[in-house]
Design a protein. Sequence first.
Length: 300
Amino acid sequence: MLSNIAFYGALETGLIYGLVAFGIYLSFRVLDFPDLTVDGSFPLGAAVAAMLIIAGWNPWLATGAAILAGMAAGAVTALLNVKLKILNLLASILTMIALYSINLRIMGRPNVALLMEDTVLTPWYNLGLEYHQVSVLLFTLVIGATLFLLWRFMKSEIGLAMRATGANARMARAQGIATGGMIILGVAVSNGLVGLAGALFAQSQGAADVTMGVGVIVIGLASLIGGEAVITPTSVFRALLACVVGAIIYRLAIAFALNADVLGLKAQDLNLITAVLVTLAIVLPGARVSLMNKFKRRKA
C-alpha cells in the first residue's frame, strides 16, 4: 500500500504530466505532428522560471515567462518544418538538441535550487492543509482551468481550423485555411503547455535541472495512450479529460510498482515499468475489441 505522502506525490506529478499530455495531444492527435521538442521545452520552462524567481520576479510572472519560452521553442520547430521544409520529426530533434545548450546558458550551470525562494505554492501553505496536499490542490485548479480553456479554444474558429489542418491539410488549404500558420500556432501552444509543466515541476520539486526533460515525451505518450484506453475520446472534452486521467493513472501505477515489495522493483527500473505500461495501453484496447468480436460471432 502507498503512504499518504507517496499517494499525494503521485497525484501531484500526475497532474503536472497531465499538462504535458495536453501538449502532446495537440501535436500528435490534433495536428498529426510528431514532436520531440518537449524533451527540451520541459527543462526550458523550469530553467526560465527558476532563474527569474531567483532574480526576484513574482513566481506567477516567472511561470508566464516559462510558457512564452516554451511557445518560442515550439514555434522554432514548426518554422523549421513549414518554412525550411525539414521533416517534422527531424526539426523537433534539432530543436531539442539545441535547447540542451540553451538551458545550460540560461541557468549557467547544470542545476539551480529553489529551496529558499518563494514559489507559486508559498501562499497556499497558509491554508492549514498538509504540506503534501497543497500542491495537489493548486495543480488541480491549474489543470482544470487549462482543460476548460483548451476545450473552448478547440471549439473556436481557429481551433476548428487547426483540427482540419491535422485531419486533411490539402482539403484545409482548399477551404482557405493557412495550414502553415495553424501548424506553427499549434506546436507553439503545445510546447507552451509543456513549458508550464516544467515551471510548475521545478517549483514543486525545489530545483531545475538540465536533464529533467529526458523521457518526458515517453511519459506524455504513456499518459495520452493510457487515458484513451480508459476514456474513449469521442469528443474533444473527453480526449482532454483522458490526458489527465491517463497521467494520474500512470504515476499511481509507477508508485504502486515501486512500493510493492513483492515485485522487487527499484527506482532504476522506472524506464522498464514505463515501457511495459505503454505496451499494455497500446495492446489491451485492441485485444478487448478482438475478444468482443469473437464473443459476438460465437453467439451468432
